[in-house]
Structure formats: structure tokens, C-alpha cells
Design a protein around this ligand. Structure first.
Ligand code: HEM
Length: 489
């Protein structure tokens, strides 16, 4: 049974002050920053505070803070349960301008001075224009999406296969799939979404992926735990000041010219059909391509492959393989290929994809600024007064492990979303900045590619089981890829 959240009859009767404090100026934010990045890590940071305050809504500071993030106010109202989280999806309650990654906004120089649609609030007319353009691009891309994905996955698996076979000791063989997967994502997105083939420009073909990695890192690192250098150095060098955009400007300009020349058809759609200027169109295309799509898939698809390929998950892989081959073998919809129609039939593949999105949402934090004073409601009638201008900060990994909604919330249960009861739980799957049962539109801030992302992930799983009888991973490396044994007909 799927719970509904009890609400109090009268808001005033049940409101309580939001627990927690921001601590003394400078010291409070600094302590929270060190807890977040160093002593506790993000997950523990939110869990401990929720437990200490006995509340899933509480006050805390969110990095980056101190000493050189001038004008960045780290104070937030943290929200970590499935009921209160929904306030973040309500355009009437929250203003989404400039809060994509929190109170910190990377310089506009990363997008040549354009404030792209993803940073705009729903009440800004430019938001509706750019969102409608993204939805339009995706609709047009649907024709080639699956074929381009399969072609790029083909190249990726050929590279990884070769790497694995080259190992001198097959028992200890291991081949990292991170860079091949990123190259696959970059290639297929450029071709399907923008209509521009990276192969048409040697520099973009060779360096496009790395340019986007650096461009993303410079914007995101002040807000992320990195973990590749000792933590004190990370705090000093990566979390104390905004990182500069000029380092990546030549690379961004290269991609800009690439889209201008080879993605001219997409740019012209923006200009002629959505009233967006050429420069803004290219910067928006690059942001959606590089940040939302390339960035999102670069985080999500490795999580997915890793979860499915975990040692000991042989039975799950057997069931997935049987489902994939039954659907593809049956020739439904896509003529034996894993396309949009075929993956709609793969119930267990879909449920597994949702479960990975539930447990490891690729964009874990969502922010929204209260447009006005309002009452934030949580489970069991709990209600909190939020003041106009306060920044809500939702932490999805806890909201989607809310025990009031999900049985065995901390466990990976691939069949969780099967059947009618399973499907009813989709309303609490929030990875896209909205319920999985919702629909992205120019009037909301839900991911424009909500459907496409899930279908793409299903296609990748299907393609793996179409080719291989089994595979296994150790983190982001394949340790086993058993080629499909073809039975003679
Ligand atoms: C795994 C891949 C992806 C993930 C995890 C993801 C996640 C998200 C999230 C969480 C948001 C909301 C951000 C916020 O306002 O707080 C968002 C917005 C958006 N996403 Fe995605 N996304 C992915 C792929 C894509 C792709 C392929 C596109 C291609 C068009 C896309 C286009 C957008 C756009 C245009 C928005 C802005 C919506 C708005 O401003 O109203 N995303 N995405």
C-alpha cells in the first residue's frame, strides 16, 4: 500500500519552529562546511542533523562558504523527507532563479555572459522560451536517439572489450569504462540532440569530452567533495574561492564554433520558432548538452552499470537478460533493436533503472527560494513556518529512502517498482526535480528529458544483455564480459 501524507486541518494549529541553528557568523558556516566535505560527508551531514533535531526539516549551512565566496549566504532550510520535499516542485511556492547548485552561482563567463534557462525562474518569460526549445529539441531528436546511442555504445564496448582481452592474466583482467562511456555519451548526444557530428571537427572529436569535464568541474567543484588530494589541501585550494572560467574559455569557444557551424539547424529552430537570439541559443544548447545531458549521464550511467554488474547479482542479471532477449527476440516495436518501444516492454529493466535513480539520484540536491511566507508540511501533520526569501535545500538521497514511503528503504530492490503497487511508488521518485508521474513543461522546473533519460538507461542495459550473456564490474571497471553464445538455428 502506498501511504498518503496526513495533513493537519488547520495550519496554525500544528506549526512548529524549524529546529537547528546557523551558529555564530563565520564559525557556524565554516564548521558545517568542514563537516560536509571532510568530517562527515554529505550523507552523514544530513542524517546526523535530522537525527539530532528529531526532524526531517531543519536549519543548516551549505557550502561553499568562507572566506572568498562573497555575497553567498550559506543558510538553508534542509528538507529530507518525501512529503516536505514536494514544496520544492511547486512554482507557486519557490523561486528557482539562480539556485541550480545552491546559493552559489558560477560566473556567467562560463556561458559567455548568457544566463541560461536552467538558472531562470518559471516567472521569467525567457524560461518558458528556453524550456520549450529544449523540449522541442528532444522531440525532434527522438527519431535518431536510439540508433545514435546504439552506434556509440558499439564503439564503447569494442574499446572496453579490446582492453579487457589485452590483459595478460584473464583471471585478473579489468577494463575501465569511464572514459569510453563519456566518449559514447558525448558522441551520441552531439549527433542526436544537436545534429552535429564531432567527427566533423578533429579538435572537438579528440578533446570535446575533456573540455566539458574541465568546464563542469570548474563550476561544480566549490560545491562538491572531490577526494583526490588530501582534504586540508582540497579545503584550501578547491573550496575556498570561486574557480576561474578563463582556463576553459578557449575550449568553450571551440565548442561554441562547433555548434554554430555544425548545429546550425538546431540554432535556427531556436531563432525562428522560439524567438531566442543566436548567441543565447548556442549558449543554451551548450549548457543543456554539456551540463544537463553530458553531466547527468556521466554520473548516472556509471552508477547503473556498477549496480547491475555488482559481483553476487548473478540472479538479477539472469532475469534482466531473459527479459531483454524475450522482448527483442519477440520483435516487438523496434524490429529486434533496443529502442523506445522495446524498452517500454521491459518491466524489470525499467524498475531496476528507477531503483538506481532512487538510491543514487545523480543530482542529489535541489534548491528553491520561498516566494512568500508559507507552511511547509511534512509527515504526520508536522508543519513548519518558512519565511519569504529563505532557501530550501532538499537532499534527495534521504527523501527517497523515506521509511514512511518505502519498505526496506536502504536496500537495493530491483523489482520495487513492478506491478500496481510498485507503479504507485513512482510518485515518490524525484530524481528529475519532480515526481516520476509528473510532466516537464515550460511552466515548471522538471527535467525536460525525464522520459528520455529513463529510456536511454534502459536501452543501455538492453544493449549490454543483447550482446553479453553476463558481465561483472568492480567499481567503474568491467572485470568480465561474456560474449553471447549464439545457438545455431
Ligand atoms: C541522467 C541525466 C540527467 C539528469 C540526472 C538530469 C537531472 C535534472 C535535474 C535534477 C534538473 C532540475 C534542476 C533544478 O532546477 O534543480 C534538470 C533540469 C533540466 N534538464 Fe535534466 N537531467 C538529465 C539529462 C538531461 C538531458 C539529456 C537533457 C536534454 C535536453 C536535460 C535537460 C534539462 C533541462 C532543459 C532542464 C531545466 C528545466 C527547467 O529549467 O525548467 N536533462 N535535469
Amino acid at each position: 500500500m502506498v501511504p498518503s501524507f496526513p495533513q493537519p486541518a488547520s495550519a496554525a494549529a500544528a506549526t512548529r519552529p524549524i529546529p537547528g541553528s546557523y551558529g555564530p557568523p563565520l564559525l557556524g558556516p565554516l564548521r558545517d562546511r568542514l563537516d560536509y566535505f571532510w568530517f562527515q560527508g554529505p550523507d552523514d551531514f544530513f542524517r546526523r542533523r535530522a537525527a539530532d533535531h528529531k526532524s526531517t526539516v531543519f536549519r543548516a549551512n551549505i557550502p561553499p562558504t568562507f572566506p572568498f565566496f562573497l555575497g553567498v549566504d550559506p543558510r538553508v532550510v534542509a528538507v529530507v523527507d518525501a512529503a516536505a520535499f514536494t514544496a520544492l516542485f511547486d512554482p507557486a511556492l519557490v523561486d528557482k532563479r539562480d539556485v541550480l547548485i545552491g546559493p552559489y552561482v558560477p560566473s556567467l563567463a562560463f556561458t559567455r555572459g548568457t544566463r541560461v534557462g536552467v538558472y531562470l525562474d518559471t516567472q521569467d518569460p525567457d524560461h518558458a522560451r528556453t524550456k520549450a526549445f529544449s523540449i522541442d529539441l528532444l522531440r525532434r531528436a527522438a527519431r535518431n536517439w536510439a540508433a545514435e546511442l546504439r552506434a556509440a555504445v558499439d564503439d564503447m564496448l569494442a574499446a572496453v572489450d579490446e582492453d579487457l582481452n589485452r590483459a595478460p592474466d584473464p583471471a585478473a583482467a579489468s577494463a575501465s569504462y569511464l572514459i569510453p562511456l563519456q566518449k559514447c555519451i558525448f558522441r551520441f548526444l552531439c549527433k542526436a540532440l544537436v545534429g552535429a557530428d564531432p567527427a566533423a571537427d578533429g579538435l572537438v572529436d579528440r578533446f570535446g569530452v575533456y573540455i566539458l569535464d574541465v568546464w563542469l568541474a570548474l563550476q561544480l567543484v566549490p560545491t562538491q567533495k572531490v577526494g583526490v588530494i588530501p582534504q586540508p589541501l582540497e579545503e584550501l585550494l578547491l573550496h575556498s574561492f570561486p574557480l576561474p572560467s578563463f582556463v576553459v574559455k578557449p575550449g568553450y569557444d571551440l565548442l561554441y564554433r562547433f555548434v554554430e557551424k555544425h548545429g546550425a539547424a538546431a540554432v535556427s529552430i531556436a531563432e525562428k520558432e522560439h524567438g531566442i537570439s543566436k548567441e543565447e541559443a548556442i549558449n543554451n544548447i551548450l549548457f543543456v548538452l554539456g551540463f544537463n545531458a553530458f553531466g547527468g549521464f556521466s554520473v548516472f550511467l556509471p552508477f547503473l552499470v556498477m549496480e547491475v554488474g555488482k559481483p553476487g547479482r548473478d540472479d538479477l542479471r539472469r532475469r534482466l537478460r531473459e527479459e531483454v532477449r524475450r522482448v527483442l527476440g519477440g520483435g516487438d516495436g523496434d524490429g529486434g533493436e533496443a529502442g523506445f518501444a522495446a524498452v517500454r516492454e521491459m518491466a524489470l529493466v525499467r524498475s531496476t533503472v528507477y531503483e538506481v535513480l532512487r538510491m543514487q539520484p545523480p543530482v542529489p540536491l535541489q534548491f528553491g527560494r520561498a516566494r512568500r511566507d508559507f507552511v511547509l508540511r511534512s509527515h504526520g501533520g508536522a508543519a513548519y513556518e518558512v519565511g519569504k526569501g529563505e532557501l530550501l535545500c532538499g537532499y534527495q538521497p534521504l527523501a527517497m529512502r523515506d521509511p514512511a514511503v518505502f519498505d526496506r528503504p536502504e536496500e537495493f530492490v530491483p523489482e520495487r517498482f513492478l506491478g500496481d503497487d510498485g507503479e504507485a511508488l513512482l510518485q515518490y521518485v524525484y530524481w528529475s526535480n519532480g515526481p516520476e508521474t509528473g510532466e516537464p513543461s515550460p511552466g515548471n522546473k522538471q527535467c525536460a528529458a525525464k522520459e528520455v533519460v529513463v529510456a536511454t538507461a534502459c536501452m543501455l542495459v538492453a544493449e549490454l544483455f543483447r550482446r553479453y550473456d553476463d558481465f561483472e564490474c568492480d567499481g567503474t571497471s568491467f572485470t568480465k564480459l561474456d560474449k553471447r553464445e549464439l545457438t545455431p538455428s
